[in-house]
Design a protein around this ligand. Structure first.
Ligand code: GLA
Length: 718
């Protein structure tokens, strides 16, 4: 049993394989956090504690004030003066609520969230439901904690029901609140921009609230929803670390408050700037899910906990099959595509050993550049005179699978769709809508828009033998207003919009069950656990420059496993060394190519074929293996890491020199996951190593030359 109730039903103890999380009901109604850390049996109960200027109930006295304690959840205006998780505005207009504990329930499996993706439970997952009630507004609050024992993850989300007599509005909703009685911690986040996502940042907490988030209606390139806090001294292998993430693809806000008493409060939830949700009497609201993990043994274990969890509980089953090595047309042709050219790509691609040809942007409507055509999802007959179905049949005859690019959430003003339905784009009546990449965002909160999209894709792709969609999203949401919702509900548009996106994605997976999805948002603009439930991988970044990619991938791998990461080799400029380097950089994730094979030399193409064949022998190690970081490119002049298969019989070590790397030797690279008593042989060089040698450290030579990378594929001798 992973969830226990002790102390006469007053303390809830949630156990994963290696961690324990506990909180108690205090004085019959407050929920106060006791502990989150390595597995533990005994806890200190809540101790009375005074805090000057604390606000308290007369009957309990000043030693029981919400501000003085580690609240499991806090409500605006009810005595916790730190950032609070929930603000609901009722008839009195104050925004003050005070939810009190009523009851609990423990059940097997999990509560599914209405219209939102959520983690699949393990066979032994259990869920704790805590019921609270705010008497005055008549609202009921249900907190859900689901335990994922194997990966040491616990998730939280909440449901609010208006069972009162008046309409209320939810103004703030953060499913994770974690109070820690210490402040000597660092915060780790991933920041960036388009073409430069997932930069790893680690900074000491300072007093005040530090926060990252997105107001873009997408999780965004700017800040990823992943966040961690750890001890100042924590390394990959040592020290305490807590990781957090949000199973949601829209606007979010993560915040960490270090208060005047040196205590830390972590919160994760919806972005309040982009969210205000009205609940009429009898209505309910279900929040997205947020997840957390704890590692007593460094950041590496936190990373592996999340990797296990994402692979097992988030990604669809199909993502565990070998991912296709794709040849994508974007960087090879941009919009300049047609049937003849693509058939040449298909023929040559098949000869070279590619699994799949992916036709990127430019195949539909009047889409000859990025100024027109989005929304008109039917094939352009000048480019495909025989129609899509016949074209794809021809492609398949060459012996290669076929994937296609779509961007369903968008519309160009210069399109038939927009001319027919201008009010189907998000807009604010009376204001000129803002363009981004010459396009507007469709109002996915509207059922008629979703149904239009289902119909048009249903027709256009009927009888077309598709194996893959690249699902893009090339701008963020501004002028967020919906023509259908009344003024008091406009604050819901962004949230309803993302539910519409999920609905359409879900429909695609059911309507085209033989096709897998790669999601993308101008690269990593929606690299999140919500999107990961629908696709086999995500296009990590539009930046395929190997030096930048090394940094981007190093950030992304901190939170997300290799199988989520789509990595393409592009533009090696007829340089074998550069091709080798780009390939080895791409081997951190799932390999693909995006270059013009029709114009490459035979040598380059032969080398690409060799790489594809080699990659097939390695792919399972990245896809299902455990990741160990040895040298972080943020700190060193090179990046070094390895993957180890679960049984540790195969290890794949990569060392990538950055531009500023000097000739010399690396620090000892300790492959501690190697079996101590085994002997391994490097498949590439034939060199033998004992497990002990690997664990005590390999020192590799650094060339200091441009585009240098090394790969050791160590297999246990049988
Ligand atoms: C985005 C994607 C690219 C490509 C283009 C097509 O930028 O990230 O890979 O698909 O759109 O317009």
């Amino acid at each position: 049993m992973s969830i226990k109730v002790t102390n006469k039903n007053k303390r809830f103890v949630l156990n994963t394989k290696n961690t324990t999380y506990a909180f108690e009901v205090f004085k019959g109604h407050y929920l106060i956090h006791n502990y989150y850390g390595r597995t533990k049996q005994r806890f200190q109960g809540v101790k009375p504690r005074s805090l000057s200027f604390g606000a308290y109930e007369a009957q309990y006295g000043k030693r029981y004030s919400p501000d003085a304690h580690s609240m499991e959840i806090s409500f605006y205006g009810s005595g916790d003066f730190r950032d609070t998780s929930l603000r609901i505005c009722g008839k009195d207009g104050t925004g003050v609520t005070d939810f009190r504990y009523k009851s609990f329930r423990i059940f097997e499996g999990r509560h599914k969230i209405d219209g939102l993706p959520c983690a699949r439970p393990d066979a032994d997952s259990e869920t704790l439901e805590i019921h609270l009630r705010d008497k005055l507004s008549g609202c009921d609050l249900y907190l859900y904690y689901t335990v994922f024992p194997e990966s040491d993850v616990i998730s939280r989300h909440m449901v609010i029901e208006n069972n009162g007599k008046h309409t209320v509005r939810i103004d703030r909703c953060r499913p994770i609140e974690l109070c820690l009685e210490r402040g000597d911690l660092d915060m780790i986040t991933l920041w960036g921009a388009w073409n430069n996502e997932s930069n790893y940042q680690r900074v000491p907490l300072h007093h005040g609230v530090q926060s990252v988030g997105s107001r873009r209606g997408a999780s965004s390139h700017q800040y990823n929803p992943f966040m961690a806090i750890c001890e100042h001294s924590a390394t990959e292998e040592k020290g305490e670390a807590y990781g957090f993430n949000f199973v949601y693809s829209g606007s979010f806000q993560n915040s960490v408050e270090l208060d005047g008493k040196n205590r830390t409060k972590v919160q994760m939830g919806l972005c309040p700037d982009d969210f205000a949700y009205t609940l009429e009497v009898g209505e309910r609201f279900e929040s997205p899910e947020a997840v957390m993990t704890y590692s007593p043994s460094g950041l590496g274990q936190m990373t592996r906990n999340f990797h296990n969890f994402v692979r097992k509980n988030i990604m669809p089953a199909v993502s565990h099959k070998p991912h296709p090595v794709v040849l994508n047309t974007w960087e090879a042709c941009y919009f300049n595509i047609d049937e003849q050219k693509l058939l040449q790509f298909a023929k040559k691609g098949a000869e070279m050993g590619f699994d799949m040809l992916v036709m990127d942007d430019g195949w539909f409507g009047e889409r000859h550049n990025d100024k027109a055509g989005l929304g008109d999802w039917y094939e352009n007959r000048e480019k495909f005179p025989n129609g899509l179905a016949a074209f794809v049949r021809e492609v398949k005859k060459q012996g290669i699978q076929f994937g296609i690019w779509v961007e369903p959430e968008m519309v160009n003003p210069n399109s038939e769709l927009y001319r027919a339905h201008p009010d189907w784009a998000l807009h604010v009546a009376g204001r000129e809508p803002l363009l981004s990449r010459n396009q507007l965002v469709l109002d996915m909160s509207r059922d008629d828009v979703i149904e239009y999209l289902m119909n048009i894709f249903d027709k256009t792709f009927d009888g077309v033998d598709l194996d893959y969609f690249k699902w893009d999203m090339n701008r963020h949401l501004s002028n967020v207003g919906s023509a259908l919702l009344p003024p008091e509900r406009q604050g819901e548009v962004s949230f309803r919009h993302i539910k519409g996106v999920y609905r359409l994605l879900d429909w695609f997976t059911k309507r085209f069950p033989n096709a897998v999805i790669e999601t993308c948002s101008g690269g990593g603009g929606r690299y999140d656990l919500g999107m990961m439930q629908y696709g086999i991988q995500i296009w990590t970044s539009d930046n395929t420059n190997p030096y930048r990619r090394t940094m981007i991938q190093s950030g992304a791998i901190t939170a997300y496993p290799a199988l989520t990461m789509s990595c393409h080799v592009s533009n090696p400029k007829e340089d074998m060394r550069s091709l080798d380097y780009r390939y080895k950089v791409a081997l951190e994730g799932m390999l693909g190519y995006e270059l013009n094979i029709l114009e490459m030399s035979d040598e380059i193409n032969a080398e690409i074929s060799r790489q594809i064949a080699e990659y097939r022998t390695l792919e399972h190690v990245m896809r299902e293996g455990d990741f160990f970081r040895l040298a972080a490119p943020e700190k060193e002049t090179y990046s070094a890491y390895y993957y180890a298969t679960p049984d540790r019989s195969e290890l794949l070590l990569t060392l990538v020199e950055k531009k500023d790397c000097k000739a010399g030797t690396s620090k000892p690279l300790k492959l501690k996951a190697a079996k101590q008593d085994a002997v391994y042989t490097d498949v590439f060089s034939g060199e033998r190593y004992t497990g002990k040698e690997l664990a005590s450290g390999l020192t590799l030579s650094l060339t200091g030359e441009a585009d240098s990378a090394k790969l050791l594929y160590l297999k246990e001798n049988q």
